[in-house]
Design a protein around this ligand. Sequence first.
Ligand SMILES: *[C@@H]1O[C@H](CO)[C@@H](O)[C@H](O)[C@H]1NC(C)=O
Ligand SMILES: *[C@@H]1O[C@H](CO)[C@@H](O)[C@H](O)[C@H]1NC(C)=O
Ligand SMILES: *[C@@H]1O[C@H](CO)[C@@H](O)[C@H](O)[C@H]1NC(C)=O
Ligand SMILES: *[C@@H]1O[C@H](CO)[C@@H](O)[C@H](O)[C@H]1NC(C)=O
Ligand SMILES: *[C@@H]1O[C@H](CO)[C@@H](O)[C@H](O)[C@H]1NC(C)=O
Ligand SMILES: *[C@@H]1O[C@H](CO)[C@@H](O)[C@H](O)[C@H]1NC(C)=O
Ligand SMILES: *[C@@H]1O[C@H](CO)[C@@H](O)[C@H](O)[C@H]1NC(C)=O
Ligand SMILES: *[C@@H]1O[C@H](CO)[C@@H](O)[C@H](O)[C@H]1NC(C)=O
Length: 354
Amino acid sequence: MRSQLFLSTLLFSTVTGSQVANLNIPADVAAEYGCNATCYRTFSAILYIDAMEYGALYDEEFYATANNFSASAPGDILKFQPIVPDELSGSVPKGTTAYRFQYTSVDLFGNTVPVTGFIAFPYANRTNGQLFRTVAWAHGTSGVFRGCAPSVIPSLYEYGSWSYLIERGYAVVATDYAGLGNDQAGHPYVALSAHANDVFYSVVAVRKLFGASLSTEWMSVGHSQGGGTVWSLAESSLPRNNNSSAGRYLGTVAQAPGVFMGSTALVALESTQKSTSDIASSRSVLGEVGFAVIGFQNIYPNETFSWMDHTFRERLKLAKKAQACYTSMESLTTDLDINQVFNLSANTTNEQAR
Ligand SMILES: *[C@@H]1O[C@H](CO)[C@@H](O)[C@H](O)[C@H]1NC(C)=O
Ligand SMILES: *[C@@H]1O[C@H](CO)[C@@H](O)[C@H](O)[C@H]1NC(C)=O
Ligand SMILES: *[C@@H]1O[C@H](CO)[C@@H](O)[C@H](O)[C@H]1NC(C)=O
Ligand SMILES: *[C@@H]1O[C@H](CO)[C@@H](O)[C@H](O)[C@H]1NC(C)=O
Ligand SMILES: *[C@@H]1O[C@H](CO)[C@@H](O)[C@H](O)[C@H]1NC(C)=O
Ligand SMILES: *[C@@H]1O[C@H](CO)[C@@H](O)[C@H](O)[C@H]1NC(C)=O
Ligand SMILES: *[C@@H]1O[C@H](CO)[C@@H](O)[C@H](O)[C@H]1NC(C)=O
Ligand SMILES: *[C@@H]1O[C@H](CO)[C@@H](O)[C@H](O)[C@H]1NC(C)=O
């Protein structure tokens, strides 16, 4: 009775969402950060688009760290919440059943950290006892702030990325990565081994909820930031033990993996300095620099980034103020020259470039 009441409360309570990302920033505030009318026209337009996609479902209570986190072990379930189907939008396949959960993972330094994510099941008949084949999905860059987490986004950040797995009958276990969704610790963007922990322990955790419905075998698939993550997972010792609590790991598919991000960025930046023909590709590289800087600072808060130009430093403060997610954050570099991002006269630029 009690559990039934509890379940219906979960199922029928409407999520009280607060917008926590892609916040509206007035022009005069943007100007204080050196974002003039030209910059603001682009930034505000893209912020508006991002705001339609992100943050609409942020439930402060759910994403807050669970009371029992400190006594928990990696792979423990801390919270669990069905996602009301009407809240889903975009290209999520019809009939998908999804749940948000909070669980315990391990950070870069070996400490436990609370992480959120979701699990999605296809609409399929399992009355014959059939198990869902299990895939851990690692998402590409969505941003570096709490409201940029896939489990917060009404499309669950489906961008032609994981829906094909659902359509083929897989259950998809999708971590947000630490610092996105729950933000007890800032998101350590592209600290790949930390993200790999988040993927691994998400599988351990969901088995505690849905173990009877999931295949023992599992594999990981990831794109971009997530491609690098699953690459790192495959190299790590975590899934090696076939009888680990995650199940038997079969392997990984890494799509456009972000594994050599530093050297990729340098090649693109060097080509900009030589010619102007690669401006478009280097622009997107410049856009990525901001994610990397904030991610690095989340791990090493005292890092000062002496190679960063003042203009870009101010833009990142603006991004933080707006809690800008993917496209709006990248748009903050579209009107900048390379020397407004990097202080090329500072000796540290060359040192760090090597
Ligand atoms: C904004 O600054 C850029 C260069 O930093 C300049 O090209 C542009 O004309 C400025 N726009 C306005 C409206 O002042
Ligand atoms: C933490 O508390 C929640 C809610 O009471 C419970 O469902 C979950 O199992 C607990 N987790 C641990 C590791 O104690
Ligand atoms: C689901 O599977 C059961 C058992 O195999 C079968 O009796 C039932 O007709 C199936 N339902 C649908 C909608 O296919
Ligand atoms: C895991 O399973 C594979 C294939 O079944 C086998 O080759 C390998 O030796 C196993 N590893 C361990 C640690 O049991
Ligand atoms: C894994 O589990 C299987 C079946 O329970 C058992 O036969 C095997 O010895 C175990 N392997 C390891 C490495 O623990
Ligand atoms: C960062 O700086 C503060 C204040 O100077 C210092 O107390 C702290 O130990 C530093 N942290 C690290 C990780 O170096
Ligand atoms: C760039 O670096 C040089 C050398 O360290 C320094 O003198 C200058 O103030 C820096 N410029 C900016 C805008 O930070
Ligand atoms: C940069 O490095 C060169 C060579 O090591 C040195 O001569 C120069 O003084 C340095 N400049 C600054 C601004 O530190």
